[in-house]
Design a protein around this ligand. Sequence first.
Ligand SMILES: Nc1nc2c(ncn2[C@@H]2O[C@@H]3COP(=O)(O)O[C@H]4[C@@H](O)[C@H](n5cnc6c(=O)[nH]c(N)nc65)O[C@@H]4COP(=O)(O)O[C@H]3[C@H]2O)c(=O)[nH]1
Length: 891
Amino acid sequence: AATEAVYKNALDAQRDRVYAEFQLAAGQHIGTLRKRVEAVLDLQHLLGDHVDVAGAGSAKDFEQISGSLMRVHTFIKAIALADVDNSVTPPLRFPARHVATRAAWPRPGTDLAMEGLQAQEAVQAALRTGAIIATPLLSPEAENGEGIRLFSRAGQHVLGIYMHLSELAQSTLWAGMDPDARNMAFTILDTTTDPRSAPEVYRDTIGDNFETAYVEVIEFAARRWLIIATPTPKHFELAPAASIERQRATGWAITLLAALLVAFLQTRNAVIRDRVRSSTAELAETNRILADTNATLQAEVAQRTASEAALRTSTTLQQAILHSADYAIVLTDTDGIVRVFNPAAESMLGCAADLVVDKRTPIDFINTAAMARMERATGKRGFAAVLETARGLATSEPVELELTGADGRNVPAAVSISPLLDAQDGRITGYLAIASDITHRKAAETRILHLAHFDPLTELPNRSLLGVRLESALEAAGRFEQSLGVLFLDLDRFKNVNDSLGHQAGDALLKAVSGRFQHCVREQDTVARMGGDEFIVVLPELESRQHAAEVAERIVEALSAPFDIKGHRLTVTPSIGIAIYPDDGSTADTLIQHADAAMYHAKDAGRNNYQFYESRLSTLVSTRLTLENRLRRALERQEFELYYQPQVDIASGDFIGLEAMLRWNDPDEGPVEPDVFIPVAEDSGLIVPIGAWVLRTACAQAEAWRSKHLIDVPMAVNLSARQFDEASLLDIVADVLEDTGLPADRLELELTESLIMRNPELTADVLDGAKRLGVMIGVDDFGTGYSSLAYLKRFPIDRLKIDRSFIADIETEPDDAAIAETIIAMAHTLRIQVLAEGVETVGQLRMLRGWACDAYQGYLCSRPLPADDMNALLKGLRAARLCGLPDVGHT
Ligand SMILES: Nc1nc2c(ncn2[C@@H]2O[C@@H]3COP(=O)(O)O[C@H]4[C@@H](O)[C@H](n5cnc6c(=O)[nH]c(N)nc65)O[C@@H]4COP(=O)(O)O[C@H]3[C@H]2O)c(=O)[nH]1
């Protein structure tokens, strides 16, 4: 029983480990497929939007733009733009006008709906809903090979993208992996209409193992795919490993040997008993049969010698088995004193046999806490408690015990204990313990448990573990009539970090923030991440409301020092809502809801503070000076400064513009990032006077450099939404130009894509007015919201700036490269110039040059510089020019 139990245990451990590894890998592969499908949908939106704005354009333009998408996504076989034949209603024919294809089909004139009813229905649905609609898998007989088509409305046209499904699956699920290294097989079922008879749209042919499977659903373009991953036997071996089989064989061999030994001893005892009996009889007739007695004694001596030899042979065999066993075998007498301790036990517990045999008992190796638990549970002490625990369980189930090695190491083990019985009277003569090391299985279990209960990014408890902890804390609070606090915490304007520095920086910031939270709470408190930038803190055994307020204050304080994230000093502030049990609710849901509501009050009250549910008045007097107050003071004390960054013509290397960037060096707190203080300035309206100062200072500086003949290019100044809403904006611009003497065409106003989309009508009016003044207009951060392309044509825009989050990864992320290249091609068809922001490497510059991008800005040429440094740089450049040296962009 012990052998089979240990075997089953080892098998379970192996399966758990293998399955956890397989699940993680399958999730990652499917994630890549999901990301790629989403990228294609994004690009289809982008292309459709472009056609909506610019019309069908020329075949050459279409091929150029589509070509960039097809180069990146080789599974896209064709992209076609078709007209809608409105001669019947609803329209039934969609003849292709422009086609970019890798094959001979489709051709211009081909009907996009010709591939059967399913294609016809998909085109109709796309026209009707305005969404992207995917077809089911069109049969391999279809003219362009096996695959699906994505249809969408593009202005007056229909856009069709033809994807080869096997290639899509192979190139994403396997992402360049050698076929021999593939460790699982995928099957994709299309469950859009009837999950019970879902057609199979893809299947790997590398053989599968349906013993276990991992399943995820991907929903896109009105389709629902079920992706089933099954491990291949070759890589995720679920058959028992050879070592486990070896262990099992050894176990059975020991059992067999023990049986032989018992049989042998039994026979020997019987023989001796007979001998004694006959000897007694013989003694009564001493004189008579002396000669016979001698002979009998001699025979007995001979037999005993033979028995001892046999015993020696079997002892040698027993030793061999004890030595080769992979798991610990420990034999004790009835008092628990160890009599046998095999080499596997020595290495498992880090202790030589001669230090243990006849000296110690197995309980010396059981973790004290585990031992205490057993004693409590059984009501017995010491070895008796261990035996009782083992007996309490089914004999085939080993007990899991935490052992402690001689070196202090923790060794989780599965232990089975069985009594050794005397063959004659059934009396217990000792105990046999067999223990296998389950460290690996425990680690796999812990990992799986961890994944289910902890947020993988911050390692904080997740929503599900929070639920469990909050429920049990509430139960305890109810029982002992205590208070409990729930803090709902949201990071102010965290989205800005993600948008401006990218998700990696956002993730790094969340991790750093979580680290600081830990220092603000007691051991019994729970800090959990609810997702995004939302956290919940549970404070059990709360002494008073004041205690909750103190924790909130500690958190505000802890976050006040800037974070160093990927070379950026970022400051992030929290808004915290507090709900107290039992005053503000008695269930977990109510308390969380109320804390959430209080958090919104905290946001309304200017962020970076905390509010109690229903009692906003209690914290009206904020103890901290808010960022807004500091900003107001900064404006009075003139703590702002402008930095300037050059904009470089990619073809010639000339400086074709400068951008003014606002900087704030707080004398108490040090430099504050614009991403942190500008949103606050915008919300509070302070950006209006600050922005006016920026405009005036930048224009005065540009004119100073112009008049010194250092540089004569447009100065770009960022405008925020609040400035735009001021009716006086154009008057201020006109006044500044007049006062500083800067010609209007040497000023470029930069506004963001989101600002334009917020209120297109107002924007159009203001921009028309600005154009009448003669200033240039640039669109900043372009690419972060595709839909805005449709608006661009309505505005008098001179230049687009591609957001630096796209440029950052163009060398490594084909999707970002495709977007950047497509934006450039599209902008050029609209006759708008393109500047790439955040160019940091020569590789990026080379790619941009290849796509005919007009200009760039970024650390590759220069960081934003204070006016004095920029002055020195411009002087140096002028000197170089006078000496006939090449320009900076080329050097
Ligand atoms: N990683 C990287 N970053 C680069 C590189 N080259 C430039 N940058 C940074 O990218 C930002 C470009 O400014 P933006 O997109 O207009 O984004 C600006 C703009 O939206 C806003 N801002 C800055 N100055 C003003 C201003 O005077 N008024 C208003 N309303 N907003 C401003 O704050 C944002 C952030 O400004 P900054 O922190 O100065 O950050 C600047 C600049 O320092 C590069 O190669 N790599």
